[in-house]
Design a protein around this ligand. Sequence first.
Ligand SMILES: [Zn+2]
Length: 256
Amino acid sequence: MSFLSRIFRVFGNSRTEGNETIEIPRVGNKEPVCPHCSIALDKMPGRKKKCPSCSEFIFVRTCPEERVKVLVREDQIELIEKKWAIENGAHEQFLAENRDREAIKNQLMSQGIDSPTDLDVKWQQLKASLPKLASEYKWGLYRNARLGMGDVLKKQGKLSEALDTYLEVCFIDLNGPNNCGTKDPEILKMLPPFDPKSAFLAPGVLGYIEKMCKELNVKPEDLGSRFISLSSEVEHQLKLPISAEEAWKELSGELR
Ligand SMILES: [Zn+2]
């Protein structure tokens, strides 16, 4: 931690609710100082901008304790949002989520993971949500959960697994997932679980795939067989209307 961010890192609010006390560290710089490299900026940015010195993104949020603008890193946004959730009276939900997180942490530790990280917990939460979303025919949200799992793998540096997950997301996207929320056949006639006519490939995901193929040195022809083999399984599992081969024709046309 840099000298300046150490100065600004003052431990903030402690709240007592029932017999539970939560200590939440205070985050963000009230002064125009980059939260990454601690360089002094010309003026306080009004919104998200790149640091002229370290080129990292600086985010602007309002500090819930003092109601002033603070400069934070992307990884600190969640903490600020949690604080706002408390401020806005969503404290009960916050506690429930905390308990859920703790339960998952304990579960992971019982499986032999010594000190599960927030990313481990997030991955587990997303994974656990899949069967429920599938059984409720919420295929758009199912796809989002798989995307979230890919993001966790990417942040953990598990690039090969992340690439496979992003390829799966593209395959689901090419099948046009819908959030039906029901298995009522009358409704499914109008809103099918998958409708390739509403297919859409997310440019962000395509960008991740291109970048990872470069980093992992995956050749285009190998990417095709990789996609088809993993998608064939998903096609069968989720009963998708577009085949893996057809989807690859579409996807390969979109990738550079
Ligand atoms: Zn900087």
